[in-house]
Design a binder for this molecule. Structure first.
Ligand code: FES
Ligand SMILES: [Fe+2]
Length: 464
């Protein structure tokens, strides 16, 4: 009759006296057995904490016994990581439009709306110069434009199609097909050195002329894409923009360093300002010690000024001057990193401004030379895309990688000002501003009779 599998149930079903005694003993033992089979949560917790404590004790004992080995391993792994980042995976640092200069707007669900409101409420100033000066502009970085690749670019108020043909030459044409207006940069294909429209497969040659139409034997004359002059130097493809439609007024040979030096990384910013404000920074000597002085290592000295002498600060002296050719200007900068009165890291920087948008910064320090190439491309009338690419010899790649970040952190301080300032056409110049006045006179050469006025450019849907 004890055919149940549950001993508690079975104990209650027993009727014979001997069996009843046996069953009763069994029933008393069962709770203890069940207790072992089904431990209480408190006991599980107790067991687990004992386990964790013994594991922790073992780890601490291991660390104490092998401290030297562990420190050495951490140093080796860190060094390997740094070398990997410097030589095989150079740092890339990107800051978008709303990421810099909006710290005054509190965090919260509506923050994006408040930033947009701050941007639209901003006064731009009066008598702003035309937004698209004549000159060369980066439309693609060389490493992004492999053979057969097509890139869509919206800049300087035009839509462009940039592609690289089989001959390795980068070309830039108007994006819209003269047939029915499809955008060649979106879905277009590179065929040899031609670009083919995705809509009806009309094909355009290197001079922009239509060379073939499927199903049509004779291509109509005069069907062509507008082509733009391009050059490829300093790791980028540059397009000549000229409001008068002139041939390029100058060209730029490749920086000689790039024959043997290598790419060490890049930083990139999108900024809400007029293009002229950015190169003007190099002629604004007074701002250097005002906003670029705080140590890049930590900003704690700003809160506790007595720490500045211990942590150190950057000190700058600079001179701006016109270059040998009309479209060139130079800034010579001397940098010190002062701890007390000791200059811990002297650097000399020669800045070559080439036209309105191209800058080469050559750094010379005890740790070796570096080249930083800056390009500014107006994505809209008041929307600038700024990229710095860093190059160095092989031996000081770590310095190059550090410069990608250090330069970005310093540049961020300018971006924070640009994103909310207004343009002042006639400032109250003081003695230290004389180079700003000289810079503005020099920069005027990049505007011409048919330069698009800002108001007109702002009506273009590409503009900010
Ligand atoms: S729209 Fe380009 S081929 Fe028709
Ligand atoms: Fe600056």
């Amino acid at each position: 009759m004890l055919n149940s599998t549950n001993p508690i149930v079975d104990a209650h079903k027993v009727t014979h006296p001997d069996k009843m005694a046996e069953a009763s003993t069994l029933a008393r033992q069962i709770p203890a057995q069940c207790h072992i089979l089904n431990p209480e949560p408190r006991e599980i917790l107790f067991f687990c904490s004992n386990l964790a404590i013994s594991a922790l004790r073992s780890v601490i004992e291991f660390i104490c016994e092998n401290t030297g080995l562990i420190i050495l391993s951490v140093i080796v792994v860190s060094l390997l990581y740094i070398l990997y980042k410097c030589y095989l995976s150079p740092p890339i640092y990107v800051k978008d439009l709303t990421e810099v200069g909006f710290d005054h707007i509190a965090q919260g669900t509506d923050r994006a709306l408040h930033i947009t409101r701050a941007q639209s409420a901003r006064q731009l100033g009066t008598k702003l110069p035309p937004p698209y000066p004549n000159g060369w502009y980066v439309v693609a970085e060389s490493r992004d434009l492999k053979i057969g690749k097509v890139i869509s670019v919206d800049a300087l108020g035009v839509n462009l199609c940039v592609y690289r043909g089989e001959d390795g030459v980068a070309r830039c044409v108007d994006a819209y097909c003269p047939h029915l207006g499809a955008n060649l940069a979106i879905g277009g294909t590179v065929c040899g050195n031609c670009i083919e429209c995705p809509f009806h497969q009309w094909r355009f040659g290197t001079d922009g002329a239509c060379v073939s139409i499927p199903g049509v034997e004779t291509v109509p004359k005069g069907v062509a894409l507008k082509t733009w002059h391009t050059m490829e130097v300093d790791g980028a493809v540059w397009m000549w923009y000229d409001a008068e439609g002139r041939e390029p007024l100058w060209t730029v040979p490749e920086a000689p360093e790039l024959k043997s030096w290598a790419f060490r990384g890049r930083n990139e910013f999108t900024i809400n300002t007029h293009i002229q404000e950015i190169p003007e920074n190099g002629a604004d000597i007074a701002h250097l010690n005002a906003i670029h002085s705080t140590s890049l290592l930590t900003e704690i000295g700003d809160r506790f000024p007595f720490l500045h002498n211990i942590i150190g600060r950057h000190f700058w002296a600079a001179e701006w001057s016109r270059g040998k050719e009309e479209h060139l200007a130079t800034v010579n900068i001397v940098h010190k990193y002062l701890i007390m009165k000791f200059d811990a890291f002297p650097i000399k920087v020669t800045v070559n401004q080439i036209g309105p948008s191209h800058v080469r910064l050559r750094f010379n320090s005890a740790l070796g030379p570096l080249l930083v190439v800056q390009s500014v491309t107006p994505r809209g009338a008041l929307l600038q895309h700024v990229v710095h690419r860093v190059y160095s010899p092989r031996y000081n790649a770590p310095l190059g990688a550090w410069m990608v970040l250090a330069e970005a952190w310093q540049f961020k301080r300018d971006v924070a000002i640009w994103n909310s300032k207004r343009y002042v056409n006639s400032p109250s110049y003081v003695k230290t501003d004389k180079t700003i006045r000289a810079f503005r006179a020099w920069f005027m050469q990049f505007y011409s009779e048919n330069s698009i006025p800002l108001k007109q450019a702002l009506q273009n849907p590409l503009d900010w």
